[in-house]
Design a protein around this ligand. Structure first.
Ligand code: ADP
Ligand code: MG
Length: 226
């Protein structure tokens, strides 16, 4: 079976005092949608950073989209991250001076695609998240939900194998959060592997599988495991 994420006995310590992840093993299959839930400080973001190759483990094996992260030098790791992994965070991290379409097109800067083609793909991605009518809007001219959908479009415009979202609805009201959740589901239906960290039980339960984290340990997984 192809695993997009394969973690074996992964430990992550910060200094001598904090062990944020303790011997975590977790496999995520291609095409799955998985939610990660757990109290604040339990290690969820650390887990996402390691799956996203933003951080390296203290020990253990990390394979992402088939690559053994521990064997890749930083430069190759950055390339892997830019081309194969999309990120969405609680804060939208949009460039305030850029239109929606330019914010999304920036997601392709590393792919060596000409400007005009970047723009064409950005328009497509914005249409996919229901924002075809907001192409030239700046972030301040959009609602929080719309801004987060721009951020999702930017994350997926390069068609990553893995989409990682850390509390993507955390700054949104219920209605806007539902819209963002629907977009994540549409992407999953279209074949993207999606991992979403959430406090929201509605968001969590909508996934195929729930992974519960507490004190740096993966406790249990939902019954719909493949
Ligand atoms: P969550 O996302 O579940 O709230 P985190 O993964 O952010 O949890 O944090 C897990 C633990 O690791 C917490 O105790 C946190 O204080 C600690 N931690 C996270 N990042 C760092 C860091 N860069 N340096 C030191 N400790 C950290
Ligand atoms: Mg967190």
């Amino acid at each position: 079976m192809t695993h997009v994420v394969d973690l074996r006995d992964v430990t992550k310590s910060y200094g001598d005092s904090v062990t944020a992840l303790k011997s975590v093993s977790l496999q995520i299959a291609a095409g799955e949608m998985v939610s990660i839930i757990g109290p604040s400080g339990s290690g969820k973001s650390t887990l996402l950073h390691i799956m996203g190759t933003l951080d390296r483990p203290t020990s253990g094996l990390v394979k992402v989209v088939g690559c053994d992260v521990g064997r890749l030098p930083d430069r190759r790791l950055s390339a892997l991250r830019a081309r194969r992994i999309g990120f969405v965070f609680q804060q939208f991290h949009l460039s305030p001076g850029l239109s929606a379409v330019d914010n999304v097109a920036d997601g392709l800067l590393y792919a060596g695609i000409p400007r005009k083609e970047r723009r064409r793909r950005a328009v497509n991605a914005l249409e996919q998240v229901g924002l075809g009518h907001r192409l030239e809007h700046r972030p301040y001219q959009m609602s929080g939900g719309e801004q987060q959908r721009v951020a999702v479009a930017r994350a997926v415009v390069g068609e990553p194998a893995l989409l990682l979202a850390d509390e993507p609805t955390g700054n949104l009201d219920t209605a806007a959060g539902s819209e963002v959740l629907k977009v994540l589901h549409d992407l999953h239906d279209a074949g993207t592997t999606v991992v979403v960290i959430t406090h929201d039980s509605e968001v969590a339960q909508a996934a195929d599988r729930q992974v519960r984290v507490r004190d740096g340990v993966v406790l249990s997984e939902g019954s719909d495991q493949r």
